[in-house]
Design a protein around this ligand. Structure first.
Ligand SMILES: [Zn+2]
Length: 340
């Protein structure tokens, strides 16, 4: 903790946070999956996973030092009681473990959370394009086909960067893929999976509507839109953006009786055109993945969140410790610094 305080002081982060807390900020946490230790390696992206034990430690810490409230509460009034900042918990994508693993703990602690689901994935055996690409890359890598794969990707008009260093990196191509309109992305993946004979395991990765209804009936869990099919809105036409948002809205109402005017941008990607469309469709708030506090001055259509996963927070067994600047606020060291 002493080391952390030193880092906090030296980097000037404490001053920023003190100011932030003094300005009556709220915090919105962004999680994806919560998995028991033995299941974590099955997830294609470690940035999506928080271990179950770290999740429990997180809830203990929040119970002790924070006021955990529904998201709408932070959005309407981010200021918390003296020394107890308001925190809202959010989950993106609608993973099945939100119900199986995270929900029982949230119930036990009596803590509210909002799940931003892709309504087109609920109750299906579908896979996110990002996971399909990760599998494609690892299979090609294992069979020394990566060069061929990169040539194929180039043929599809991907890979605009002239930096050859980037070409062997999965992360680079994955981002390129996210920037494609969804229909083109799905077509490309279909083609490449066929060419390299990749088959995806048929698993239920996402929630069912029945699970959604069970959770929302408790009044503790709310459900919001993460679009219908996880499309990167900034890469879609106006018509397709409207369609994605409309389809998600209708599904939420039809299957869960839910109405929400809050959106979480898939892949955290948006631009001014997307914001204007989102606003014109009646959304009052949209959550980004930009790290930071939420204040009354925050842009309501680019609301910052704090990413929580195994790379930003670790559970040492007795206490949650932090490993990235965006998460320092959760340490008790910072809390005492922040309460000056
Ligand atoms: Zn997402």
């Amino acid at each position: 903790m002493k080391v952390l305080s030193t880092i906090v002081e030296r980097t000037g982060i404490a001053t920023v946070f003190r100011r932030a807390i003094a300005g009556r900020s709220g915090l919105i946490l962004a999680l994806h999956r919560v998995l028991p230790a033995e299941e974590q390696s099955l997830c294609y992206n470690p940035h999506l996973v928080l271990s179950e034990s770290a999740f429990v430690s997180l809830l203990q810490l929040l119970q002790r030092d924070y006021q955990v409230v529904p998201l709408e509460d932070v959005l309407s009034d981010p200021g918390g009681a003296e020394g107890h900042p308001k925190v809202a918990i959010t989950f993106d994508d609608g993973w099945e473990d939100n119900y199986r693993v995270a929900f029982p703990h949230l119930l036990r602690f009596g803590m509210p959370a909002t799940i931003f689901a892709c309504t087109g994935l609920v109750d299906t055996l579908q896979t996110l394009p990002e996971e399909r690409f990760a599998r494609l890359w690892s299979q090609c890598s294992a069979h020394f086909n990566l060069e061929e794969l990169v040539i194929d990707l180039n043929h599809w008009g991907m890979g605009r960067s002239k930096n050859l260093q980037l070409r062997p990196r999965q992360q680079y191509w994955s981002l390129e893929l996210k920037r494609m309109p969804l229909s083109a992305r799905l077509l490309l993946l279909d083609h490449l999976e066929q060419r390299y004979q990749i088959t995806m395991p048929q698993l239920r990765r996402f929630l069912t509507w029945e699970q959604v209804r069970i959770m929302t009936r408790t009044g503790l869990i709310r459900i919001g839109s993460h679009t219908h099919r996880h499309s990167t809105l900034s890469s879609e036409s106006d018509r397709d953006i409207r369609q994605e948002l409309d389809d998600a809205r209708i599904s939420l109402w039809k299957h869960a009786g839910a109405v929400s005017d809050v959106l979480a941008y898939p892949n955290g990607m948006y631009n001014r055109r997307v914001q204007e469309l989102v606003r014109s469709m009646g959304f009052n708030a949209a959550l980004s993945t930009i790290p930071g506090f939420f204040t009354r001055e925050s842009n309501p259509l680019a609301i910052p969140r704090i990413a929580v996963d195994n790379t930003t927070v670790t559970d040492t067994g007795t206490q949650l410790s932090t490993s990235r600047a965006s998460f320092y606020f959760l340490s008790s060291g910072l809390r005492s610094a922040a309460s000056f």
